[in-house]
Design a protein around this ligand. Structure first.
Ligand code: KIV
Ligand code: NA
Length: 265
């Protein structure tokens, strides 16, 4: 088996194939998705919310990204693993971005990195691509900017739609191999998709993108509380795991576990 590459991703757009991406934050879960044939796994800085207990992605550090990215790489054989550059690890400029991305490539073994911003992250994207690191761009709602942007649909006003199109083209021209579009109107995402030769990956961006990404804990029903409307829940892991934990607790309290077959003499 060989890993999926950015060339395979480019070829899929040529063939008009749609493909799925999921987030992953640990080796075991990643191995499940890899065996299920998910071609691209994103070690998203959404690990901040899903895995590390932060309120936003903003506090996630490069050390945390490197450790969990390495785990996801070790747990998989086939998927292309994309590591998010966390907030503060590339905004200073291309030199910082290259240093951070190089860590994820060398220490964790990721095949590509993702960063937020089109025109505003142009020098970073160009530098990484020239250095041989594939870059995925992230536009629309960019959660690392929550403190200025909030969490709302982006690109509704004409001016914002034009800016999104410009950002997408700028990312492509800088060498990005794919563009994530988060929380933008479906019509705009479809227009961006038609105007780019690199694939778009939508989340809350309608059916017109080349690929779709979901946060795995939302998709599998593990996330507690309210999940965004754009998510579809394919399992009820929170209930399943909770039931298992409760059944274990009941068995221990009632003496049903361990039974004879779990014991040694
Ligand atoms: O961190 C993340 O999970 C992401 C996806 C939502 C694209 O950036
Ligand atoms: Na992210």
């Amino acid at each position: 088996t060989r890993r999926v590459t950015v060339h395979d991703i480019a070829a899929a757009k040529q063939r008009g194939e749609k493909w799925p991406m999921l987030t992953a934050y640990d080796a075991m879960t990643a191995s499940v998705f890899d065996e299920a044939g998910i071609p691209v796994l994103l070690v998203g800085d959404s690990m901040g919310n899903c895995h590390l207990g932060y309120d936003t992605t903003v506090p996630v550090t490069l050390d945390e990204m490197a450790i969990l990215s390495a785990a996801v790489v070790r747990g998989t054989r086939r998927a292309l693993i994309v590591g998010d550059l966390p907030f503060g690890s590339y905004q200073e400029g291309p030199v910082q971005a290259l240093r951070s991305a190089t860590r994820l490539v060398k220490e964790a073994g990721v095949g590509a990195v993702k960063l937020e911003g089109g025109e505003r992250s142009l020098p970073q994207t160009e530098t990484l691509v020239q250095a041989g690191i594939p870059v995925m761009s992230h536009l629309g709602l960019t959660p690392q900017s929550v403190n200025t942007m909030g969490y709302r649909v982006q690109g509704r006003a004409d001016e914002d739609a034009h800016r999104l199109l410009r950002d997408a083209k700028a990312a492509q021209d800088a060498g990005a191999f794919a563009v994530v579009l988060e929380l933008v109107p479906a019509e705009l995402a479809a227009e961006v998709t038609r105007s780019l030769h690199v694939p778009t990956i939508g989340i809350g961006a309608g059916a017109g993108t080349d690929a779709q990404v979901l946060v795995w804990t939302d998709m599998a029903g593990l996330t507690g509380g309210k999940v965004p409307r754009f998510t579809k829940q394919y399992a009820d892991l929170r209930r399943t795991l909770g039931d298992a934990a409760q059944a274990f607790a009941d068995d221990v309290a009632g003496g049903a576990f361990p039974a004879e077959e779990h014991s040694f003499h």
